[in-house]
Design a protein around this ligand. Sequence first.
Ligand code: EPU
Length: 222
Amino acid sequence: MVLQLGPCHPDVGIEGNFAIVDAAADLGRTVTLCAKHHLSGLEGLVGVPGTVGGALRMNAGAYGTQIGTYVREVQVCRAAERKIVTLTADQLCFEYRHTSFAPDDMMLRVKLELPSKPYPEILDGIRLCNEKRRSSQPLGQKSAGCIFKNPPGASAGRWIDELGLKGSSVGDARVSERHANFFVNVGQARASDMLKLIAAVRERVRQAFGVTLENEEVVWNA
Ligand code: EPU
């Protein structure tokens, strides 16, 4: 099966309640474009940086929304088998910041089924999420979003904050003063600075709470 894009937008096609989106499409732009076509559900994802493919791979979520809820089909390039395959929702598993894609699956295109809602109402939802995000996350600074997954029933950010680690740094990598699960680059931080800071904070949390925090970030070639 080939997922076709519509004529209006180069990387997003709308057909009734379905949005067919290239994996390389910008996530925020996709959310607002769907909204303009009265398709809702993705409001919480506005402000999550990155592409639709990245959001799919990690099952990006915020404010009660996760992208996996709306996935009906995903077309991937399965490198190991050297072919393009279309996976249907029943062949996929989307959990908290985890999916069943093979490690070398390259996301190509996704078919989302989204509930209908009037545009002004969707816009209100987007504004609300934006306000919450602006008031609690360091949006103006360079970061990769949250560093650690939340342990079941707990908040990594709250724990790091309770330990007084906001502002801790290695080189120019620093624990955000605004949200302790965001580590920001305040200048010329190197990947190695960030990795050292992550390791140090993880160890402090392990000592204090007896839990080893799991990275939300995927680290390549560390
Ligand atoms: N908190 C603190 N100090 C902090 C940060 C948070 O006390 O420095 C407290 C808050 O006051 C709140 C609780 O911890 O009572 C939870 O904080 P928040 O509402 O900010 O949510 P979170 O669990 O830290 C998660 C996601 C975010 C997502 C928000 C909103 C994870 C790891 N993080 O953050 O996702 O935007 O909820 O839904 O699941 C991301 O994944 O990169 C990300 C930013």
